[in-house]
Write a protein that binds this ligand. Structure first.
Ligand code: HEC
Ligand code: HEC
Ligand code: HEC
Length: 145
């Protein structure tokens, strides 16, 4: 009978430990699919995604981190990728925070956030969205019905 030497196993365990500690893994599969900008958003806006869904004040209710073309191929009520409003940016073809929101800018983020409702009252447009959502315009840019 051959006895398996314990050294290679210990070495493997050590390597795994280094990998785990050295490269902290995202906590869920959907976070793993998220682009860097979205990860940056959720760094500050904690708990804004759960189980592949983006969470807003009203709850966790929208898909994020998935390939848009794949979704549109399955669901014909979605606008085909080639006809999407270019203001809705897909990141590597996927839906991220930046698909619906303006990019994060260190200098202006808090300022725009603080004045968000003031700007909304004055212009009728939410300054933190990529596409105006009056009459559900943002939603309808992807959902054709
Ligand atoms: C460095 C931290 C930080 C990053 C990164 C960040 N935010 Fe924010 N954001 C804040 C803070 C702080 C506020 C103001 C307090 C609040 O409303 O949570 C805010 C406010 C907002 C608001 C307005 C909230 C409201 O209640 O009116 C939106 C929308 C928003 N952020 C979206 C985003 C998105 C989308 C991203 C990524 C593109 C992002 N933020 C990245 C810190 C951050
Ligand atoms: C499918 C479009 C869509 C995506 C994707 C999306 N948002 Fe939003 N978000 C909205 C809309 C629309 C609003 C405005 C809701 C309102 O105030 O009525 C909003 C509002 C917000 C607010 C203001 C407070 C709140 O909860 O309503 C924050 C903060 C925010 N989003 C952060 C994020 C972050 C962070 C991500 C990515 C993890 C993200 N959003 C992804 C559409 C989106
Ligand atoms: C960038 C395109 C995009 C935008 C903008 C967008 N969605 Fe979606 N939405 C999707 C995709 C992709 C799915 C997943 C497709 C599916 O479930 O078949 C989805 C799914 C949904 C669902 C689940 C039910 C369904 O139709 O499958 C609801 C509800 C929904 N979205 C509402 C909204 C609302 C409300 C807004 C505006 C705040 C919005 N969406 C903006 C792409 C988008």
């Amino acid at each position: 009978m051959k006895i398996i030497p314990s050294y290679p196993l210990a070495a493997l365990q050590f390597l795994l430990l280094v990998l785990l500690l050295g490269f902290p893994l995202p906590s869920s599969a959907s976070e793993m699919r998220l682009d860097e900008q979205s990860l940056r958003c959720i760094n500050c806006h904690e708990n804004s995604i759960q189980g592949g869904l983006v969470c807003h004040k009203g709850g966790c209710d929208h898909l994020i981190g998935e390939d848009y073309a794949e979704q549109a191929a399955r669901n014909r009520t979605l606008t085909p990728p080639s006809s999407l409003n270019p203001a809705l940016k897909l990141i590597n073809g996927r839906v991220g925070c930046l698909t619906c929101h303006i990019p994060f800018d260190k200098k202006s983020h808090l300022d725009i956030a603080a004045k968000r409702f003031e700007i909304y009252k004055a212009t009728g447009t939410d300054p933190m969205l990529a596409v105006d959502n009056n009459g559900s315009g943002l939603c309808m840019a992807c959902h054709r019905k």
